[in-house]
Design a protein around this ligand. Structure first.
Ligand code: SF4
Length: 150
């Protein structure tokens, strides 16, 4: 942050509005402590750009579904950045986060009630399919993964 202020005079990002996404990634990634996830969050949440942050939920789900086969969130980011339709990254990101918190959780995913069960390539889904689910496991804010996509 200190370096950013030193290089650009302030922490206000308004001057970057005319920069391309690529240029913004390049600038931030040259600063210690910034990775593609953080820069993508800046783009999507602070600048209203069409970016796709890949956090642990997004990385896990895309791998379980077989959409990517990657060993890190950074590699997942690279693998999917060109294949998500323009204008859909925010919605897909936020829906995957909700899906990862509520259904496709890191531990004890709720495969038995998952609407993606048939297409999912996660080998352990067969085990979790028959795992007993308690009422407290199911959050009230259930959703359709593509609810915001049009
Ligand atoms: S079937 Fe299970 S592992 Fe696969 S997406 Fe659904 S919750 Fe996740």
């Amino acid at each position: 942050m200190k370096n950013l202020k030193k290089n650009f005079g302030s922490l206000d990002l308004e001057f970057m509005n005319e920069y391309t996404d690529e240029k913004i990634y390049e600038i931030f990634l040259n600063h210690k402590g910034f990775g593609v996830k953080t820069v993508s969050c800046v783009l999507i949440f602070a600048m209203g750009r069409d970016a796709f942050p890949v956090d642990t939920h997004v990385h896990r789900i895309l791998n379980r579904l077989g959409i990517v086969k990657t060993s890190s969130a950074e590699k997942t980011f690279e693998a999917v950045k060109e294949i998500i339709p323009e204008g859909k990254k925010y919605e897909l990101h936020s829906n995957l986060i909700k899906f990862g918190r509520n259904i496709c959780r890191a531990k004890n995913p709720l495969c038995s009630i998952c609407f993606l069960y048939k297409v999912c390539e996660f080998p352990e889904k067969k085990f979790y399919r028959f795992k007993k689910i308690n009422a407290s496991d199911i959050k009230e804010n259930n959703f359709i993964i593509l609810e915001n996509l049009s």
